[in-house]
Design a protein around this ligand. Structure first.
Ligand code: ZN
Length: 240
């Protein structure tokens, strides 16, 4: 059984379509999504529709939460708030209800899915380093947990201590626990503009990070035409 693990689609339809094609080509049997289907890019409605139609199990991201509520955006910078308001206007009540009802964490097969952290998933903390990963591990009841949110693909593992680093493909060791960030489909931030997702091969016990070129210019054009902040178009070209 092969699982495709996707995260942080963020309304980037061009990237999402290329990832879905690759998932088909890789013959993955199932897909799961680690949240932030919407926010930032110009096709939140279309991306959400695909996730819903394909019945992709999904957990809630912070943007899914912001964009599905009508709450005032305390502490947001004005550009971020503009993008959330724009996204709210694209989604209908049924979309918002679907997003609101997502859980912060859930299981699929033998692994856990969460957007941000396991110790306090609703607080949207960022796991960039071993210290932050070490706080999540005590709450992890499965060998593997996949997470998103930072848009930076990195894998942490724990035996007696917690180690971490970038990865492309590795074999799982049954004696270790893993907390793995799968990177972002729709807005990579590791200085690599290619779209990212992971293939987890349960039979071979391997984790493989896939990186894919997509039509960045088309996604940027839509962002500009929608009147979304220019910075959101620019960053796609740099992957940060
Ligand atoms: Zn995100």
């Amino acid at each position: 059984m092969k699982y495709a693990i996707i995260a942080d689609i963020h309304g980037n339809l061009e990237a999402f379509q290329v990832v879905l094609e690759d998932i088909r080509a890789q013959k993955a049997d199932r897909i799961v999504c680690l949240g932030d289907v919407v926010g930032y890019n110009a096709n939140p409605k279309e991306c959400l529709q695909i996730v819903r139609e394909m019945n992709i199990p999904c957990v809630k991201g912070n943007h899914d939460e912001y964009c599905s509520s009508n709450e005032h955006l305390e502490g947001f910078n004005p550009h971020a708030a503009d993008a959330v308001h724009w996204t709210r206007d694209q989604l209908d009540d049924d979309d918002k209800k679907w997003l609101r009802e997502l859980k912060y964490s859930r299981m699929a097969a033998n692994f856990t899915m969460v957007h941000a952290t396991l110790d306090a998933p609703e607080r949207w903390g960022y796991v960039f380093d071993k210290l932050a990963a070490a706080a999540s591990f005590p709450y992890q009841n499965t060998q593997i947990c996949f997470f998103g949110h930072t848009h930076v693909p990195v894998a942490f593992m724990r035996d007696t201590v917690v180690r971490g680093g970038t990865y492309s493909k590795f074999k799982l060791d049954a004696a270790k626990k893993y907390f793995i960030n799968v990177g972002a489909v729709g807005q990579p931030r590791d200085n690599n503009p290619k779209s990212a997702y992971v293939i987890y091969d349960m039979d071979a016990q391997t984790i493989e990070l896939r990186r894919l070129d997509y039509d960045i210019a088309a996604a940027q054009k839509k962002i500009r035409e929608a009147g979304l902040p220019e910075r959101l178009a620019e960053r796609l070209a740099f992957g940060r």
